[in-house]
Design a protein around this ligand. Structure first.
Ligand code: GDP
Length: 462
């Protein structure tokens, strides 16, 4: 990732047609670029934080578009640098023209195209956001359910970062106490008792445990559960999807690539996204019509291999067919299978869940809404979801790993503190390691290559 500090520009709005489109520039001293593009009379500048209705002009003075120019003077901007936002009409061609014009007008200050996430990266580097907040920006944009969006928005406002910082502070205070004592070895013996170091550590560990639980649950809101839906035509796969989703269809954004490789539907239960891969899309690679479809099928199998659970849907009136067994036989052996017997309104079975050795069997009717709660509960159970009513943090895997590592270090610290010879130096060292892990969440101790990975996953213009 390029970490130079040259001014950057990008189209900030999503590609396609829209009411408005925004081109955004961030850098130092953008006043002249703004004046040139907006054809300001000599000596006049854009007033910071005021919307100015203006023409956007080409180098020859012809009008490209007209709209609003917004100027934010450093440091009072998203990135902490000067930011110029040009709001024009949201057509792909006019936006490209405006972008090209910005590059041209900014060529003398080496204005260049922004890389993905570079605006937010600058916001991070200029202390406008910490790392967890910057990640929340991407999570808010990518949120596929309302619960995920709300949780991301909370993290963006700094709630999660605030909790982490408080923990870091508590660990640091304890560490300072211990390290001060290290300088006076004759007092070591009394230290733990006098300062109640063990009690303080226990309080920190309790808080950390709670934060981990809220984050692990929040991570479910972000990542959800990957489910493979297998079954013969007409067993009721579409009906089951609709019944599961109810009114809670998740907002699914089109995934880049061809439409033919998209066999995933996302629904939600209690705000948890369930990504359902429909095996109707999996034909034999040999039968695929062309290369694009063949690649699509291969991708689907890759996705299947990463699934958390397989729902094998069957018609309760008919029982399993050979074709069913053939599909299921091709699934990886390590993915748990749930056998769901549909249409019990016709077969006369009662709604039930039966945990047998081969699989969990559930009897239900999708269209008559019988036994649906058994399936919902089982899916949430498999996802590890517990309804606690606590607020949740939309944590990423990276955060969970750091929180878990911090927990381990604090546990080791507690073990050292419990020893009769009070290994205070080891106690202090474990506190330092825990502090480092926690700080990596907000970005205080985060290597540059990790930063590059995090920001490169953003969209361009953010
Ligand atoms: P798919 O091909 O597997 O997606 O199956 P559909 O969801 O399209 O369902 C096939 C047919 O079975 C439709 O006519 C549905 O109305 C019917 N069906 C689905 N579930 C049930 C059910 O629980 N009971 C009854 N009686 N019919 C159902």
């Amino acid at each position: 990732m390029n970490l130079d500090s040259l001014p950057i520009v990008a189209i900030a709005t999503a590609p396609g047609r829209g009411g408005i489109g925004v081109v955004r520039i961030s850098g130092k001293n953008l006043g002249n670029v703004a004046a040139e593009i907006c054809a300001l009379v000599p000596g006049k500048t854009l007033q910071p934080r005021h919307a100015t209705y203006t023409r956007f002009v080409d180098a020859d003075g012809s009008t490209i578009d007209q709209g609003l120019a917004l100027y934010f003077k450093a440091p009072h901007s998203y990135t902490g640098e000067d930011v110029l936002e040009l709001q024009g009409h949201g057509g792909p061609v006019v936006m490209q023209l405006l972008l090209a014009r910005c590059l041209q007008a900014g060529s003398n200050i080496d204005l260049r195209l922004a890389q993905p996430g570079e605006f937010t990266q600058r916001a991070f580097l200029n202390d406008k956001l910490d790392l967890a907040q910057a990640e929340a920006v991407a999570d808010l944009i990518d949120a596929s359910t309302e619960a995920a969006a709300r949780s991301a928005s909370q993290s963006l406002s700094g709630v999660f970062s605030g909790i982490i910082r408080t923990l870091v502070e508590q660990v640091t205070n304890l560490r300072m106490l211990v390290e001060a004592t290290l300088d006076f070895p004759e007092e070591e013996i009394d230290f733990l008792e006098k300062s109640d170091a063990r009690g303080k550590l226990a309080v920190i560990r309790d808080t950390l445990q709670k934060v981990f639980r809220q984050s692990a649950q929040g991570a479910l809101l972000r990542d959800g559960l990957n489910i493979v839906l297998a079954g013969q035509p007409n067993v009721g796969k579409s009906s089951l999807l609709n019944a599961l989703a109810g009114a809670d269809i998740a907002i699914v954004t089109p995934i880049a690539g061809t439409t033919r490789d998209k066999v995933t539907e996302t629904i939600q239960i209690e705000g948890i996204p369930l990504n359902i891969i429909d095996t109707a899309g999996i034909r034999d690679v040999a039968e695929a019509i062309d290369e694009v479809e063949r690649i699509g099928i291969e991708r689907t199998w890759t996705a299947v291999a990463q699934a958390d659970v397989i729902i094998h849907l069957l018609d309760a009136c008919r029982g399993p067919t050979l074709a069913d067994e053939n599909i299921v036989a091709r699934f990886p052996a390590n993915i748990p299978v749930m056998r769901v017997w549909n249409k019990i309104d016709l077969s006369g079975h009662k709604p039930a869940i039966d945990r047998l050795v081969d699989a969990t069997h559930i009897y239900l009717s999708a269209t008559n809404q019988l036994g649906m709660e058994l399936l919902r509960e089982e899916l949430l159970r498999l996802a590890g979801w517990q309804q606690t009513g606590e607020s949740l943090y939309l944590a990423r895997e990276r955060h969970l790993v750091a929180l878990a590592a911090a927990q381990t270090h604090l546990q080791l610290a507690a073990e050292h503190a419990a020893l009769s010879d009070h290994a205070l130096d080891l106690f202090a060292e474990e506190l330092r390691l825990a502090q480092e892990q926690l700080s990596s969440i907000t970005g205080a101790f985060t290597p540059d290559d990790l930063l590059g990975v995090i920001f490169s996953r953003f969209c361009i213009g953010k």
